[in-house]
Design a protein around this ligand. Structure first.
Ligand SMILES: *[C@@H]1O[C@H](CO)[C@@H](O)[C@H](O)[C@H]1NC(C)=O
Ligand SMILES: *[C@@H]1O[C@H](CO)[C@@H](O)[C@H](O)[C@H]1NC(C)=O
Ligand SMILES: *[C@@H]1O[C@H](CO)[C@@H](O)[C@H](O)[C@H]1NC(C)=O
Ligand SMILES: CC(=O)N[C@H]1CO[C@H](CO)[C@@H](O)[C@@H]1O
Length: 384
């Protein structure tokens, strides 16, 4: 339970702009801005704040995100206005004087705010200090698995696929900020170490391996965390001049992302949606994993059209059209899996903060694919 404090109070009155200027909006069949408003109204945990901040950055200021055409001018992190929607949102949650960006029992979850901290740090160095302490915690204090993979839990060594979207996009971004190619290498190496434990005999990853909360099921959402997290690491690496020569690491990441997408694409649907545990017919289809994995497909179709050809776009388009039917007039997508209990068989219909964020990722990934003239608009023509 979260304390009712002034940070939450300010959050309640945080109204988002209904359109983003200069982003070449497209018709994806649903309202991403309404989805984003629900997302920030409902977000109340560290990983939700960080996931939402990334969604707001991609939605309102795509040029600042790693999916922009030049996110690192002259090989450096950009110098954004701290009043930018995503940064003003993130700022209210970030600890300025603690070891971690949010006080939390997870290692990875506070790090989801790390990219925001680094961007805020370009105009207020207090946030660079906060980001550096967060990285110190992840790299030097958090427990490790026997192969060296960084734990998602602070008290025991336990690996969660979820952490792929928390710690590693942040560490890759910090590598750029610090001009540290070895940190970029370590980040890619960590992705491989996490995969070595979490990917069993299937293409899809298991959710959690460890002594506290082990879940060997192929959780749809956690495959999305892993896929989208690696997509962000990949784009950070490729768009930074300092790691331009790290071709083999980029190739590794693409292969790991492709496994996850192929596993999802071979999994059965229920009412047009991926099941909560992939291909497990006892589970209902739900919006969270479907949205984020479809976003991964669009991002990779733009990133490497030879490796991720039309079949990936067709799969994502089909899912997107199914998802468009699942948004109500308040902007809520359902059914989602309960974001606080992945084993809950009751459909979650009141707005999952992470699920809503994933629909924003789906929108931005589709928008950018259309504007890159790789995806087609509903009328069959590329965007003008
Ligand atoms: C950010 O907003 C505050 C409050 O409206 C204002 O005082 C400040 O000048 C703005 N900063 C920039 C860099 O625009
Ligand atoms: C977080 O924990 C640190 C150290 O225990 C403490 O000093 C700080 O006040 C806490 N911050 C919040 C926002 O609870
Ligand atoms: C999903 O289940 C079907 C039918 O049981 C099977 O043919 C297919 O290989 C499974 N897909 C994966 C990725 O395991
Ligand atoms: C959780 C899950 O679906 N695991 C499957 C992984 O693949 C093996 C076959 O290689 C299946 O037997 C498992 O059920």
């Amino acid at each position: 339970m979260q304390p009712f404090n002034s940070r939450l109070l300010s959050l309640l009155f945080f109204a988002l702009p209904k359109v983003a200027i200069g982003t070449n909006d497209v018709d994806a069949g649903f309202d991403a801005y309404a989805a984003a408003q629900v997302m920030i109204n409902k977000a109340s945990h560290s990983w939700e704040w960080g996931t939402a901040a990334e969604a707001l950055l991609e939605l309102y200021n795509p040029e600042l995100s790693v999916f922009g055409s030049s996110p690192f001018p002259n090989g450096k992190v950009p110098q954004p206005n701290p009043n930018t929607t995503a940064l003003a949102y993130a700022k209210q949650f970030i600890n300025r004087n603690s070891q971690t960006l949010v006080n939390d029992t997870a290692v990875g979850d506070p790090a989801s705010l790390g990219v925001s901290a680094i961007l805020l740090g370009q105009s207020d160095s207090v946030y660079i200090g906060a980001a550096n302490r967060e990285a110190d915690f992840i790299l030097n204090i958090a427990p490790r698995w026997s192969n060296g993979a960084i734990s998602h839990r602070a008290d025991v060594a336990e690996l969660w696929a979820d952490n792929m979207a928390m710690s590693f996009p942040f560490l890759a971004y910090l590598a750029v900020e610090q001009d540290d190619t070895s940190l970029m290498s370590v980040t890619v190496q960590q992705c491989g170490l996490q995969r070595a434990v979490l990917k069993g005999n299937n293409l899809s990853w298991q959710h959690i391996i460890g002594p506290q909360s082990q879940d060997t099921g192929l959780w749809s959402t956690s495959n999305g965390w892993a896929g989208y997290g690696m997509v962000r690491v990949l784009h950070t690496l490729q768009k930074w001049s300092g790691s331009a020569s790290m071709i083999s690491q980029a190739t590794q990441l693409k292969g790991w992302i492709k496994e996850i997408l192929d596993g999802a694409m071979q999994s059965s649907l229920d009412d047009g949606l991926l099941r909560n545990y992939l291909n497990d017919s006892s589970w209902f289809g739900e919006i969270s994993g479907t949205s984020v994995l479809s976003a991964v497909a669009y991002r990779m179709a733009v990133n490497d059209p030879d490796m991720f050809p039309q079949s990936y776009i067709t799969w994502a388009d089909t899912n997107r059209k199914s998802l468009a039917k699942k948004q109500n007039s308040e902007g809520i997508f359902s059914p989602a899996i309960n974001p606080y209990d992945w084993h809950d068989r009751t459909q979650f219909t009141t707005g999952s903060p992470e699920g809503q964020a994933f629909t924003v990722y789906l929108y931005t990934a589709y928008r950018d694919c259309v504007n890159a003239k790789i995806c087609q608009t509903p009328t069959g023509s590329a965007a003008s």
